[in-house]
Design a protein around this ligand. Structure first.
Ligand SMILES: Nc1ncnc2c1ncn2[C@@H]1O[C@H](COP(=O)(O)OP(=O)(O)OP(=O)(O)O)[C@@H](O)[C@H]1O
Ligand SMILES: O=P(O)(O)OC[C@H]1O[C@H](OP(=O)(O)OP(=O)(O)O)[C@H](O)[C@@H]1O
Length: 212
């Protein structure tokens, strides 16, 4: 049986992804709950996990140092890496939206947009026929319109609480987001049986509808 390396996103997807793998029958050691290790070997399952920043997962998979990865659709759209999407895991549901201060219109000349997703935001406004200036931030995006840095933000919304608590409103919904199982195209060819077995096991869990 060929070993598989999987790039897992640290952070909020991680826990749900681990639950899913366990339900699919993979026996994962306690290191998954209480360790700061960044590489976890599971020889009994012939699996090796790399714990990466969510935005970096497609990079590891594209370069083939991970065969598989788990990444939000937001990351896939932003990164546009040469990988295949195998499964919609139906976890970490959220969406990307345009938001801003209530009852405001965007500056007519080159309105400014703050976002962690410059590629997605640029292509969205281009499709709308609007010329905008994108300001890339790495977090706490909601601050930008409040302190007058930008007219709008493009950011993730889940419960809407961050927008509400900061007095912002949603103007447009751009795209629904869930996490995806992605694969390196070469790995998919040379480790096809092993990978397909994992896909089938995860697919069964998704179809049973027992995750989030
Ligand atoms: N509020 C949310 N609710 C549900 N899913 C979310 C939410 N925010 C982000 N996500 C999804 O989870 C993924 C990882 O988000 P997370 O907040 O863990 O990492 P990050 O913000 O990209 O990383 P970091 O905070 O380490 O820079 C995102 O790519 C997205 O798909
Ligand atoms: O609609 P909600 O349920 O409030 O979730 C949305 C928030 O969650 C994410 O932020 P995160 O917690 O990852 O912090 P960040 O500002 O560091 O990106 C996202 O960027 C929003 O700010």
């Amino acid at each position: 049986m060929k070993e598989l390396t999987i790039a897992m996103p640290k952070g909020r997807i991680f826990e749900e992804a681990v639950v899913m793998l366990k339900r699919a029958g993979y026996k994962l050691p306690p290191e998954f709950e209480d360790s700061r290790k960044l590489i976890i070997e599971v020889p009994e399952e012939k699996l090796r996990f790399i714990l990466a920043k969510p935005m970096d997962v497609p990079t590891y998979v594209e370069h083939g140092v991970a065969d598989l990865g788990i990444a939000g659709k937001d990351v896939m759209l932003e990164e546009e890496r040469n990988v295949y999407e195998l499964l919609d895991l139906q976890i970490s549901h959220c969406y990307l939206a345009v938001a801003g201060l209530p009852n405001t219109v965007m500056n007519e000349v080159a309105p400014r947009i703050a976002t962690k997703y410059p590629a997605v935001a640029s292509s969205y406004f281009r499709e709308q026929g609007e010329q905008v200036e994108i300001i890339k931030l790495n977090g706490s995006i909601e601050i930008a319109p409040i302190i007058g840095l930008t007219d709008r933000i493009v950011d993730i919304v889940s419960t809407g609480q961050t927008l509400r608590d900061n007095g912002l409103v949603e103007y447009e919904r751009i795209v629904d987001i869930t996490s995806r199982l992605i694969v390196n195209p070469v790995s998919y060819r040379i480790k096809h049986r092993r990978i397909q077995e994992m896909v089938d096991r995860l697919d069964e869990i998704i179809s049973a509808g027992s995750i989030s």
